[in-house]
Write a protein that binds this ligand. Structure first.
Ligand SMILES: [Mg+2]
Length: 383
């Protein structure tokens, strides 16, 4: 008797002409569903939302997340922030709130073994999870590692992977406390589950940006995508070392996240994992605001510009849609903006735009005055 069961899920064969079969069956099958299944209006609703034989690629990663979110909407007093932020924020046993996150890396999708060593992969798998804790202003504590891999994987590979995981955890003050493993033919998948904590009332959420706030980002954007582009084209030159490093062993901005949280300097925050356009879009969605960003203020490193010139690419595109930069992107009231570079020093910070009302949309302004819609063209895992 659950409304989660849709007619098409029970009758996949009827998807081509659902209405015909529906008219015959709806009265008999109505008892499977919650109220109103038998009336024409609700049929239209169910018809549209069946999703039967719809491929995940048709709705994309974020369409799928939104769909799954509908299954998990019941409020629970133990859940402070559920789906929709960098991590789940949960009531803890003491004064602190618990932070929980997980992120998977799949061979051939997120990494290519010919481009990354197992040691680097271990570091990166943990770092991308640490980055989500950083985006909340939290402290990482404990990690569990789930691994799936072919049975002919070399033991040495696993040793190196774990050496990388441990070094990254040690640097962040976190501890790996267990996990599990399974056999998977042909490829490796590594999923890290990470627990952390943050003081009550201090978590940096995506939902706090207000019109008038300034938009700030740490470090450079686009370096990781530049590094990947070079590696894919087998360009390995010393001058591009920071770009390879940004892609292969990114660093979570844990220190910066803690400072922002404890000093109350940010109204909203996220880590840039899917590209500036996509991740700023998440702040807009959750805060119900619009944004105006200035293209020439987006921090591109000299190395990324050089790499773009060499490869005939546009470095701005790497910044907007490349992803995997793991910088912190946050909003701050203008009166706090001066405090930020001092508070986060020596980390570079750049003010790249301002928050506006939701009705003003999401806009990027180019130096010649042209304005374009800031489209979320970052990394969609299924699109
Ligand atoms: Mg994130």
């Amino acid at each position: 008797m659950s409304s989660l069961i849709k007619p098409g899920e029970l009758f996949p064969f009827c998807c081509k002409r659902p209405s015909l079969l529906f008219t015959k069956l709806h009265k008999r099958m109505g008892y499977f569903f919650d109220d109103g299944f038998a009336c024409p209006e609700s049929f239209a609703v169910y018809h549209k939302s069946w999703g039967i034989r719809m491929k995940v690629s048709e709705i994309g990663e974020f369409g799928l997340i939104e769909r799954l979110r509908q299954h998990l909407q019941e409020p629970d007093p133990r859940v402070v922030v559920g789906m929709g932020d960098d991590v789940a924020v949960l009531e803890g046993p003491g004064e602190m709130l618990l932070l929980a996150t997980c992120d998977i890396q799949v061979e051939g999708v997120h990494f290519l073994p010919r481009l990354i060593t197992p040691y680097q992969l271990g570091r990166k798998a943990l770092a991308i999870n640490l980055s989500d804790i950083a985006a909340m202003g939290g402290i990482p504590d404990f990690a569990l590692i789930s691994l799936a891999f072919p049975s002919d994987t070399e033991v040495k590979f696993m040793d190196e992977l774990y050496r990388g995981l441990k070094d990254e955890a040690d640097e962040a003050g976190a501890k790996i406390v267990g996990g599990n493993m399974a056999r998977l033919p042909e490829r490796l998948a590594i999923d890290v589950f990470l627990l952390g904590r943050v003081e009550r009332g201090k978590a940096l959420l995506r939902s706090g940006a207000r019109p008038g706030d300034l938009i700030v980002v740490t470090g450079h954007l686009g370096d990781s995508a530049a590094g990947l582009s070079l590696l894919l084209k087998e360009v390995r030159e010393d001058r591009f070392a920071p770009l390879y490093k940004a892609h292969l062993t990114p660093k979570a901005r844990l220190r910066e996240g803690r400072i922002l949280a404890l000093k109350g300097l940010a109204t909203a925050a996220i880590d840039v994992s899917d590209g500036l356009a996509q991740d700023l879009g998440h702040i807009c969605d959750e805060s119900k605001v619009g944004v105006r960003i200035w293209a020439e203020r987006i921090p591109l490193s000299p190395q990324a510009r050089e790499a773009a010139a060499l490869l005939g690419e546009n470095p701005l595109k790497w910044a907007l849609a490349g992803g995997e930069d793991y910088q912190l992107l946050f909003t701050t009231p203008p009166k706090r903006a001066d405090d930020i570079s001092e508070a986060l020093s020596p980390t570079k910070v750049s003010i790249i735009g301002e928050v506006v009302g939701q009705s003003q949309g999401r806009v990027i302004i180019f130096p010649d005055g042209t304005e374009r819609e800031l489209k979320p063209e970052g990394w969609d895992h299924f699109g």
